[in-house]
Write a protein that binds this ligand. Structure first.
Ligand code: ATP
Length: 441
């Protein structure tokens, strides 16, 4: 691991900052929590939304060949029969004979002895990770539905709808962001392995012989995204998943792994899934999901490339990459070096003193005008300037603007840069341009 990531206790520091500053709280905290669930506070929800919006902009809005969908979370259970989730979406479970604690068997070093009480571990059995519930007033097998374990299913099921409405030429893709649910045996590592999380996924449909180009295109696009969102590239590794470890239908899979504070783990996946999904849903639903190619006058089932991004793992990799401790002006400080494109606050505006109406009035004017043109502007007049800087550093605000007595005389303000602490005097009239160019607006 590189530079500050060597530091012990980084995870605890990130978790504590997230709670203290209103990014992420334990789910249902006042009731003692609910394992594997997390609640986002005002800054966390801003960070998460900025990430999802930026992803949508890059992978959907800016493209000519991408179609967004937003399918229902509850789907006909036959969807998950066809996809293989009902029969095969499971992890091996083992239970201690003595304390009855359950573990995911494939993650244990000692598969015989309980790590908690030393008791004997029982045999392994497969545990399906889909959450089951009932739709409607009858609570029997006939009304069973599942909370979707991934967003992908909704896109395959809507393949024909998109083709019939838009008549896209291959290659083209559908994209979806939203919640997914997995009854993980052992949720752990903060938001890394949760039971409720969000995904950003693409199903990119191609002619069968053209999958390699599309795979490479998305491999590069994923690398570009990783850099843009502010995940340290030097801590990301592409793992070519070997023949024995890939899903049976996948001809090639890359896991993008990241050095999280608790080890190197999967961040994103990129898989070539052949025609497995559309063929399976054609069979399962009885609806023909083949595609008529106007150019070659042939009908065939498109193949698919699936880039899959987890939102929570993005948030955690971004926070791990951004968390920095340094020494500024003889003082230790903690700051989040977040990219302005996703920082919850881009600029904070301060009046130098709280009890001077003329300063407040001017600062309010600057704040209101900036808010009209720059997204995510905050107001802060609590405590002294030094404290305000530290507070904004800790939440990753790239710029702070202070209105002082000189402002009233000459129309200039100080703008302070988070990363080096440098302050510059600029005219209010230049402020918008200065910040816009720094954030690449
Ligand atoms: P893992 O091996 O870590 O369980 P996976 O291979 O099952 O992950 P996929 O099914 O490929 O994951 O899901 C796609 C993406 O969704 C992952 O790359 C990850 O970013 C995210 N993801 C999957 N499971 C979880 C989870 N329990 N909590 C948070 N994010 C998740």
């Amino acid at each position: 691991m590189s530079d500050n990531k060597k530091e012990e206790g980084l995870m605890e520091k990130i978790v504590s900052l997230c709670k203290r500053r209103g990014f992420i709280y334990q789910g249902s905290e006042i009731y003692g929590g609910l394992a594997g669930t997390w609640d986002y506070g005002p800054l966390g929800v801003a960070l998460k939304r900025n990430i999802i919006n930026l992803w949508w902009k890059r992978f959907v809005e800016e493209k000519e060949d991408m179609y967004g969908v937003d399918a229902a979370i509850l789907m006909n259970p036959k969807v998950w029969d066809s996809s293989g989730h009902v029969s095969g979406f499971s992890d091996p479970l083992t239970e201690c004979d003595k304390c009855k604690k359950r573990f995911r068997a494939d993650t244990l070093e000692n598969k015989e002895k309980c790590g908690e009480c030393g008791g004997k571990l029982g045999g392994e059995r497969q545990f399906n990770m889909m959450f089951k519930t009932n739709a409607g007033a009858t609570e029997d097998e006939s009304s069973v539905v599942y909370l979707r374990p991934e967003t992908a299913g909704g896109m395959f099921v809507n393949f024909k709808n998109v083709v019939d409405s838009f008549h896209p030429r291959l290659p083209f893709g559908t994209a979806q962001t939203g919640k997914a649910f997995r009854n993980e045996i052992a949720p752990r590592d903060f938001i890394f392995r949760a039971r409720e999380f969000e995904q950003m996924e693409i199903e990119y449909f191609v002619k069968p012989l053209e999958w390699e180009n599309a795979f490479e295109k998305f491999r590069l696009a994923m690398k570009g995204w990783i850099k843009e969102v502010g995940i340290k590239e030097e801590n990301v590794y592409e793992l070519e998943v070997g023949d024995g470890d890939r899903a049976h239908y996948s001809k090639r899979t890359i896991d993008f792994e990241f050095d999280f504070p608790f080890g190197r783990k999967e961040l994103y996946g990129l898989a070539y899934r052949t025609d497995f999904d559309l063929t399976a849903h054609s069979k399962g639903s009885g609806t023909d999901l083949s595609y008529y190619d106007e150019e070659t006058k042939e009908r065939y089932v498109p193949h698919v490339i699936e880039p899959s991004f987890g939102v929570e793992r993005t948030v955690l990799a971004v926070l791990t990459s951004a968390y920095t401790e340094d020494n500024l002006g003889g003082e230790t400080r903690v700051y989040l070096k977040l990219s302005p494109s996703i920082a919850p606050v881009i600029v904070a505006v301060f009046p130098l003193l709280k009890n001077k109406p003329e300063l407040i009035e001017k600062a309010r004017e600057v704040y209101t005008n900036l808010k009209k043109v720059i997204p995510r502007v905050a107001w802060d007049d609590n405590g002294n300037i030094g404290k305000r800087y530290r507070r904004q550093d800790e939440i990753g605000t790239p710029f702070c603007v202070t209105i002082d007595f000189d402002t009233l005389e000459d129309g200039t303000v100080t703008i302070r840069n988070r990363d080096n602490g440098e302050q510059e005097r600029v005219l209010i009239t230049e402020l918008e341009n200065k910040i816009s160019s720094a954030i690449g607006n």
